[in-house]
Design a protein around this ligand. Structure first.
Ligand SMILES: Cc1cc2nc3c(=O)[nH]c(=O)nc-3n(C[C@H](O)[C@H](O)[C@H](O)COP(=O)(O)O)c2cc1C
Length: 450
């Protein structure tokens, strides 16, 4: 197991409580930042660390922070994105549930760098029990002087509250999150202006993922340069990966990003290999939005290099032969899984979650779902495969927010790498149905409207 910066204390009994967290060295980053550093110095450390946003896009955190506008007399906000609704991703939940004070600590230190005096943790509605855990941690932090007025006598004030959504994936998109926090329907805004200029109530705002904010704690404790030594290239530090699917050891792992995908899947320290001794068929390395990789591109790049668990290596080859690290939702498929069924399932999700503002996404996700449904249930035609390809191309890049892209990419990659399987659904629908559902075909033939 590589270095653990976020989960190193996860197994310490009572680490979810303030007393144990503090005894184990908690809130040192706040002490260091507020007593010994200027906000600019904290920002510099984060820049030096090379930390990239852990919410999916991998944008450099220090650079994002440096964009925040600082007009005189205008409040600034730090929002923590704890919406975590991407299928396959459950790392933020684990972190908040096990070590809630790490996030609270990261919020204080990060807000100090930004000059923000108010922060909100926006958590998805389904994580209600985690919201209670965070509320308790925040109350403890107030009681012990880490939140509120004049923290540690530094003259710096910071208030933190946790607020919950109602279970909409779109509210994880940062401007939809802001709308939702303002009490509006969670519709993404047209950018620019970006939140760093006009965010919450039109004030300068930074939105960061839970893991990004937590990572600021070890960066300030040990220094950005130490953090940057871990990992490889521009993939510095550690990354939380939530691993699921047909593997022996599903769960959340903290990895150094220079390990190979092969090691991650097959080593007992991580996923422990494919379940029941089956063969690897495919892998979605970064949550449902990223392109699926067929088995021969999972552990090796198209050029035959070992594929690493890094931003760059997972993206090697572009979308033709690569994918993305995304949110770290790593889903493994064995030889028995049906890619058409999986693609239909993902598409159903995106259609359901589309906010409906942009017609390519609102209509296109619905059409894709319909076409995939009829392919899956044995009513598909060969032309449907090209129709699907055409629809996804018309969605990608044509929407206000990237939910449209997120819906298009999995469909494109599935057709690109598994066209034969789509064709098999057209040519041998009865056998496909029997394989996927173990039923006599006639019983599951449903009427599907064109
Ligand atoms: C539809 C959609 C859903 C998203 N959901 C999340 C989410 O649940 N959590 C998250 O951190 N980022 C999510 N993002 C990305 C955010 O818009 C934003 O980039 C991120 O919170 C920035 O934080 P980071 O720089 O720390 O990664 C989502 C984006 C889109 C388009």
């Amino acid at each position: 197991m590589g270095r653990q910066l976020l989960l190193d204390k996860v197994n310490v009994a009572g680490i979810n409580t303030y007393d144990v967290y503090r005894k184990e060295g908690g809130y040192r980053s706040v002490e260091k930042a507020l007593k010994k550093m200027t906000p600019e110095e904290v920002l510099e450390e984060v820049k030096t660390s090379g930390l990239r946003g852990r919410g999916g896009a991998g944008f450099p955190t220090g650079m994002k922070w440096s964009f925040i506008a600082k007009p005189e007399g205008v409040p600034r906000f730090l929002l923590c994105n704890a919406d975590e609704s991407e299928p396959g991703t459950f790392k933020d939940r684990y972190l908040m549930e096990k070590i809630p004070h790490l996030l609270v600590e990261g919020m204080v230190t990060s807000s100090y760098a930004l000059g923000a005096n108010q922060g909100y943790i926006y958590i998805r509605g389904e994580y209600m029990y985690v919201l209670r855990i965070l509320e308790k941690a925040i109350a403890e932090a107030y009681q012990n002087g880490w939140l509120g007025k004049n923290i540690l006598g530094s003259g710096y004030d910071f208030d933190l509250a946790v607020t919950c959504g109602a279970g909409a994936y779109i509210c994880g998109e940062e401007t939809a999150l802001i709308e939702s926090l303002e009490g509006e329907r969670g519709n993404p805004r047209i950018k620019p202006p970006f939140p760093a200029v006009k965010g919450l109530w039109q004030n300068p705002t930074v939105v960061n993922n839970v893991e990004t904010i937590a990572a600021v704690v070890p960066i300030i404790n040990d220094g950005g340069a130490e953090y940057a030594k871990i990992g490889i290239g521009r993939s510095t530090g550690t990354k939380l990966i939530s691993a699921s699917g047909n593997i022996n050891k599903p769960g959340v792992f903290e990895i150094e990003m220079n390990i190979t995908v092969e090691e991650f899947i097959y080593s007992d320290q991580y996923c422990g290999g494919i379940k029941n001794g089956k063969k690897l068929k495919a892998c979605v390395p970064g949550g449902s939005s990223v392109p699926i990789l067929p088995h021969y591109l999972v552990c090796k790049t198209a050029a035959g290099q070992d594929r690493l668990m890094s931003y760059e290596s997972l993206a090697d080859g572009g979308f033709a032969t690569g994918s993305m690290l995304g949110s770290g939702g790593f889903v493994v498929y064995d030889e028995d899984q049906c890619i058409v069924r999986n693609t239909w399932n993902f598409t159903r999700f995106y259609h359901h979650e589309s906010c409906g503002q942009c017609s390519p996404c609102r209509e296109g996700t619905g059409w894709m779902e319909k076409v995939l449904h009829r392919l899956e249930y044995g009513h598909g035609k060969m032309e449907d495969i090209d129709l699907l390809w055409d629809i996804q191309r018309k969605i990608e890049g044509n929407t206000i927010c990237p939910l449209g892209d997120a819906a298009a990419w999995p469909v494109a990659a599935a057709i690109r790498h598994f066209r034969e399987e789509f064709e098999w659904h057209v040519n041998e629908p009865v056998r496909c149905l029997e394989k996927n559902y173990g039923l006599v075909a006639e019983k599951v033939f449903e009427p599907v409207t064109a």
